[in-house]
Design a protein around this ligand. Structure first.
Ligand code: AR6
Length: 170
């Protein structure tokens, strides 16, 4: 059984086996959580991301997939980078968002990570509505077959925390 916890705060401050990065397919950094993780985690993360681009992901990490690197100076062992979908009014991309959560947990299982902290993937720069993003996050983690013992959703502000709390109670 996986326990789900909610905390409000900055994911770069979380002590966990792995924290998940809402990255983009370049793996070379960006704004939001991605920017914060690279800033606080230091250059070792970017160095591994560059190596992954050169070896396995010449065309970039596809949307819905996940790959792990060191966590550098962060209080975690690994960063699992996943690329969530950009929200679209015209196309239902929910499966890709669910895939980001599922594939991140699969990467965590491969590493032997027991505690994993997630941000609300795609709900910032990628524009996904928070309520629907929270629904997909909670449903997907609840349904996942994983050895991860604790999933912690780390929500940046009170509003996001409350949306996740309502979804968790449902
Ligand atoms: N800790 C926890 N949550 C955070 C933090 C933080 N330090 N900073 C932001 N959030 P976003 P996306 C919340 O934009 O939507 C980047 O440029 C934020 O309030 O980080 O998946 C990448 O390189 C929001 O609820 O990720 C991609 O290009 C959630 O984290 C693109 O943004 C996700 O917001 C990915 O966009």
């Amino acid at each position: 059984m996986t326990t789900i916890e909610l905390v409000q705060g900055d994911i770069t401050r979380q002590t966990a086996d792995a924290i998940v990065n809402a990255a983009n397919s370049s793996l070379l950094g960006g704004g939001g959580v991605d920017g914060a993780i690279h800033r606080r985690g230091g250059p070792a993360i970017l160095a591994e991301c560059r190596a992954l681009r050169a070896s396995r992901y010449g065309k970039g990490l596809p949307t819905g997939q996940a790959v792990a690197t060191t966590a550098g100076d962060l209080p975690a062992r690994w960063v699992i980078h996943t690329v969530g979908p950009v929200w679209s009014r015209d196309e239902d991309r929910s499966d890709l968002l669910a895939s980001s959560y599922r594939e991140s947990l699969r990467a965590a299982d491969e590493l032997g990570a027991r505690t994993v902290a997630f941000p609300a993937i795609s709900t910032g720069i990628y524009g996904w509505p928070m309520d629907d993003g929270a629904r997909i996050a909670v449903e997907t983690v609840r349904a996942a077959e994983t050895q991860v013992e604790e999933v912690r959703f780390v929500l940046f502000d009170t509003a996001a925390y409350e949306v996740f709390a309502r979804r968790l109670e449902a």
